[in-house]
Design a protein around this ligand. Structure first.
Ligand SMILES: Cc1cc2nc3c(=O)[nH]c(=O)nc-3n(C[C@H](O)[C@H](O)[C@H](O)COP(=O)(O)O)c2cc1C
Length: 511
């Protein structure tokens, strides 16, 4: 029989083993079962809505335990957030890398579409070591605009802006329970980073906020009784910034840490732990839920959807990727520290060229020290422009955006070289966004192996053509498929033999 998951399934045991039979709503088999066979059990329906923590759904007003992850520079666009929230997903606007006024524009667009009552969406507070003032400005904007979900990412330790957002507005409801105004989703890929997010905010961060008049004594007192983040997103090997860690290693570690922190601090319930990174097929989602994820997060697969702000050219390239068509490349924001991001390899030379720049950066103390031969090779084969022209543009940009960078560059020639090389890394992402096809070989498209896994799964289905990929159909099909895989696994555990084709779930238009 086909494997139904939205209706109950009966288990019939007999001399030849266990088999599954369709049953009606009262659990009565729809086909005749004669001795020596007998009905030994009935499995209730498996709904995609129920795969994760029900508490997550209630707390955030979601229908599904499914999060559309933030994608920087508005790639997770206002349109993507609106469509996802309406479908019952949680979704985060890609606010990283945007100016505060562009973030405000995006938030306003979302709020004018969704209105004040729909709350299953938020924005991304990204750690900004290059522009530390941005974190507090972002926090102020979120509070002013009433955004109630914040995904805090790339932090290696807690920062004032995270604690401010977490503590501001904490209060007790009529039953005495502590309620949050802002829900922090702490995105982590290391145990040592997860722990402070799962613990109460320390006084070293709370007290300065109190003395600056940003939070009250009462808010600080309540902040000492709850974890900074009620939700922790475990991010395994993913598109963009990643430690390339396997989800199967990281998720169990952080789940047990959540339980440990709850015990240690006497929380009524542990932080909810969600899973992201590498989720591009129903089986991957089902595995994450089976391992205990409260919710799942996708990123790469959404970048190829209609609502993504990536250019159609870039999206078409993503739709051709296989799971091995990815590579690590230097990150624009933390280039000097040697931090890398995972990007698409097929159809672009960005990863190779970025690495070449990093090699030159490590080798020479300044632009002037680069030998002529190396410099002209860089200008002709990588940058596509004379370094002097790039510096002129770079200077103009930082004059507007961040003048102290220029003072540093004047004093430190290596920093000037970094700013020039970062121009290329920054523009690689811009060209991919705007579809500058003459620079296709320089497109920087953040992408993890999940993209290729997704492409393989949807082959031959309505989701294969990139023009049919909406963020909602992608999410609904992944969830529906995960429910199917979960049912197959349930039956296997009960002794029903599994045929290879039982696991197949082909995408279909869903509502
Ligand atoms: C194009 C792109 C941009 C991203 N930008 C951000 C970002 O600005 N902030 C962040 O926390 N995560 C960012 N991510 C990570 C996603 O939110 C999500 O956690 C991740 O993509 C999930 O892993 P996956 O790519 O394997 O699906 C980005 C991912 C992609 C693919």
């Amino acid at each position: 029989m086909a494997v139904p998951f939205r209706s109950p399934v009966g288990l019939v045991s007999g001399p030849r083993g266990v088999r599954a039979v369709p049953v009606d709503g009262s659990g009565t088999p729809k086909e005749v079962v004669r001795p020596p066979e007998s009905l030994v059990g009935v499995f209730p329906p498996v709904y995609p809505e129920w795969l994760g923590d029900r508490d997550f759904l209630v707390r955030h007003g979601c229908r599904f335990p499914y999060v559309v992850g933030e994608m920087a520079r508005g790639i997770a666009s206002a349109e993507m957030v609106v469509a996802s929230a309406r479908a019952g997903f949680m979704a985060f606007f890609g606010s990283a890398g945007l100016t505060i006024s562009s973030v405000d524009e995006g938030i306003t667009a979302i709020q004018s579409e969704l209105g004040p009552t729909i709350r299953n969406w938020g924005a991304n507070l990204i750690h900004s070591p290059q522009e530390p003032h941005m974190e507090m400005e972002f926090a102020e904007l979120m509070l002013a605009r009433g955004v109630t979900n914040i995904s805090a990412s790339a932090f290696m330790r807690l920062a004032p802006a995270v604690v401010y957002l977490s503590a501001k507005g904490l209060h007790r409801d009529a039953n005495g329970a502590i309620r949050r105004r802002t829900h922090i989703f702490g995105k982590v890929s290391r145990v040592e980073v997860a722990r402070p997010f799962m613990s109460p905010a320390p006084d070293s961060l709370l007290m300065p906020l109190v003395s600056q008049g940003l939070i009250s004594d009462q808010e600080a007192a309540l902040a000492r009784q709850v974890p900074v983040a009620g939700d922790i997103t475990v991010e395994a090997d993913s598109g963009g910034h990643t430690d390339n860690r396997p989800l199967s290693v990281l998720l169990p570690l952080i789940l047990s840490l959540a339980a440990e922190c709850a015990r240690e601090h006497g929380f009524a319930s542990p932080a909810r732990v969600g899973a992201g990174g590498g989720l591009g097929t129903p089986a991957a989602l089902a595995a994450a839920f089976a391992a205990g994820a409260a919710y799942v997060v996708t990123g790469s697969v959404n970048q190829a959807t209609l609502e993504s702000a990536l250019s159609p050219d870039g999206r078409a390239m993503l739709a051709l990727a296989s799971s091995t068509d990815v590579a690590m490349a230097p990150a624009a924001d933390m280039f000097e520290m040697g931090v890398e991001v995972q990007v698409l390899k097929r159809g672009t030379l960005f990863a190779q060229r970025g690495k070449e720049l990093y090699k030159v950066f490590r080798t020479y103390p300044s632009i002037e020290a680069i030998p002529d031969r190396v410099r002209s090779a860089l200008e002709n084969n990588v940058l596509g422009r004379p370094i002097d022209d790039i510096w002129d543009d770079t200077r103009e940009f930082f004059l507007r955006r961040d003048p102290p960078q220029l003072e540093r560059a004047e004093a430190d020639p290596k920093h000037r070289m970094a700013l020039v090389f970062r121009w290329y890394l920054f523009m690689g992402a811009q060209w991919a966004r705007s579809g500058e096809v003459t620079r296709r070989a320089d497109y920087q498209i953040w992408c993890g192996p999940a993209m290729g896994a997704f492409n393989e799964w949807v082959k031959g289905s309505f989701l294969e053509p990139v023009e049919n990929r909406s963020v909602v159909q992608v999410g609904l099909n992944l969830l529906e498929g995960a429910a199917h895989v979960t049912r197959v696994q349930q039956l296997r555990l009960a002794g029903v033999p599994r045929r290879p084709e039982d696991l197949e779930f082909s995408p279909r238009p869903l509502r």
